[in-house]
Design a protein around this ligand. Structure first.
Ligand SMILES: *Cc1c(COP(=O)(O)O)cnc(C)c1O
Length: 465
């Protein structure tokens, strides 16, 4: 088959998909039976499927379409760059104008000192780079025993062997013999689910101090780095207590541990700042980026490296690492244009002054529903907990995710994409979303939550564990 089969009826598209396409993070047979929804076009914050149905995309695709869909400027830049220079590598003492320009622009936007960029095509690859980079760095520093990377349970850092190992997703570790050696995990700062009787502030400190305890247990001379997302995304939009990050920063400084902030979701405006580290007031040595850097229009990822780390690596001979598409000129050109539009159209300002306050206000109203606990937002990220007894912070008796999945399916039916992580519901809309569209998103979410609630009650599932 050489052409794109977009003229076929939906059922035939679904049959072809089921017959030949293996989907990520999906039960293949279950999806084949049901048929995948075929998304055919999109504009602004709305997707359209092969039956012409419109859906409000409350997840920015997969946390990436920061600028919204249908921006022809990005298409035009890509076409122009493809005609001029569709590809050249950056391995053998060559560079390209889009790659060097994007590196320079990112260095301008990133916090003080973070001014070197190593490119990949995804967040997973960038985190693989980080594993190679920090170990190479400590080797060059004359401390080759500093190899272990500490990460967090329920963190997400990608799906390659390295990325999935850094991540703390138990369902991922259970497949394929992960994590790889010399990666270890501490607990996450998820107060609602794990905070017990402590206050959020006490809990944030306690969870941060697990890092210090882990360093002591492993020996400072064996630890290379700590990696974490400023706000956990795929783990369920978990916003840490305010005490957490300052304590993590103190510990990394005190013990000579590199701090890697995985900014794949938080970066490029999601929090109202260019990077989540700025919103959290932390000083990472390395930041991972991907997703929003191109608003998903092209695959670009990478590591933004502090000049003190880069200086050591750059002086240490060849760094034997890289990807064919590191610094891909078309992808970098699209990223540059995306950053230009985010900047010149004042999208971060829109987030800070309009969209984030509107989302915070509207999302909070979901807390009036009997099944919704702790609805919270940070910038353009929102998460809430589904609970059968929110005053007791109770979990459902039904297997984790049963009710969350029901809500997600009602959302799908009601024309809004909202994702479930277990029994948490999360949103991450395009940054350009208007207050009216936020109202629509939250109204559809509320309707879906309520339908799932009625269904759960009818089926005897509205019960605490
Ligand atoms: C999505 C994500 C990744 C992985 O990025 P891919 O482009 O899917 O490889 C890594 N870290 C975080 C925080 C992410 O959200």
């Amino acid at each position: 088959m050489t052409t794109i089969q977009n003229h076929l009826p939906t059922a035939e598209l679904q049959a072809l998909d089921a017959a030949h396409h293996m989907h990520p993070f999906t039960h293949g047979d279950a999806l084949a039976k049901k048929g995948a929804r075929v998304i055919t076009s999109a504009k602004g914050v709305f997707l359209k499927d092969s039956d012409g149905v419109e859906i409000l995309d409350g997840m920015s695709g997969l946390w990436c379409v920061n600028l919204g869909y249908g921006r022809s400027e990005l298409a035009e830049v890509a076409a122009r760059q493809m005609r001029e220079l569709p590809y050249y590598n950056t391995f053998f003492q060559t560079t390209t104008v889009p790659a060097l320009s994007l590196a320079a622009r990112i260095a301008e936007l990133a916090p003080e000192g973070l001014d070197h960029v190593f490119f990949s095509s995804s967040g997973s690859e960038a985190n693989d780079t980080n594993i190679r980079l920090v170990r190479h760095y400590w080797h060059a520093m004359g401390k080759p025993s500093k190899k272990i990377i500490i990460s967090r349970k329920n963190g997400y850092h990608g799906s390659t062997m390295g990325g999935a190992s850094l991540g703390g997703m138990s369902a991922m570790h259970a497949q394929g013999g992960l994590p790889i050696p010399d990666i270890t995990h501490i607990d996450q700062p998820h107060w609602w689910a794990e905070g017990g009787d402590t206050s959020p502030e006490e809990f944030g400190l306690a969870r941060a101090r697990q890092l210090e305890e882990k360093i002591a247990e492993l020996g400072e001379d064996n630890v290379a780095a700590f990696i974490a997302e400023p706000i956990q995304g795929a783990g369920g939009v978990i916003i840490p207590p305010e005490t957490y990050w300052p304590e993590i920063q103190r510990i990394c400084d005190a013990h000579d541990i590199l701090l890697i902030a995985d900014e794949v979701i938080c970066g490029f405006g999601r929090t109202g700042e260019w990077f989540g580290s700025q919103a959290m007031n932390i000083r990472p040595d390395i930041m991972t980026f991907a997703k929003g850097v191109t608003s998903g229009y092209q695959p670009v990822g990478g590591s933004i490296v502090h000049k003190d780390v880069a200086a050591v690596v750059n002086a240490a001979g060849d760094f034997n690492h890289g990807y064919t598409y590191s610094g891909h000129p078309v992808a970098c050109a699209v990223a540059l244009e995306n950053v230009r539009l985010l900047d010149e159209e004042g999208v971060l300002q829109h987030v800070r002054d309009i969209a984030a306050p509107a989302l915070a206000e509207k999302f909070a109203t979901l807390g009036e529903h009997p099944m919704v606990a702790d609805p919270r937002t940070f910038g353009m990220l929102g998460g809430l907990q589904l609970s059968p007894d929110k005053d007791a912070r109770a979990k459902f008796e039904a297997p984790v995710g049963t009710i969350g999945l029901r809500v997600r399916e009602r959302c799908f039916a009601n024309g809004v994409i909202m994702r479930h992580v277990g029994d948490r519901m999360i949103v991450c809309p395009p940054l350009v979303i208007t207050p009216e569209e936020i109202d629509t998103m939250v109204e559809r979410a509320l309707k879906s939550i309520d339908e799932a609630y009625e269904g759960a009650k009818a089926d005897g599932l509205f019960k605490s564990a």
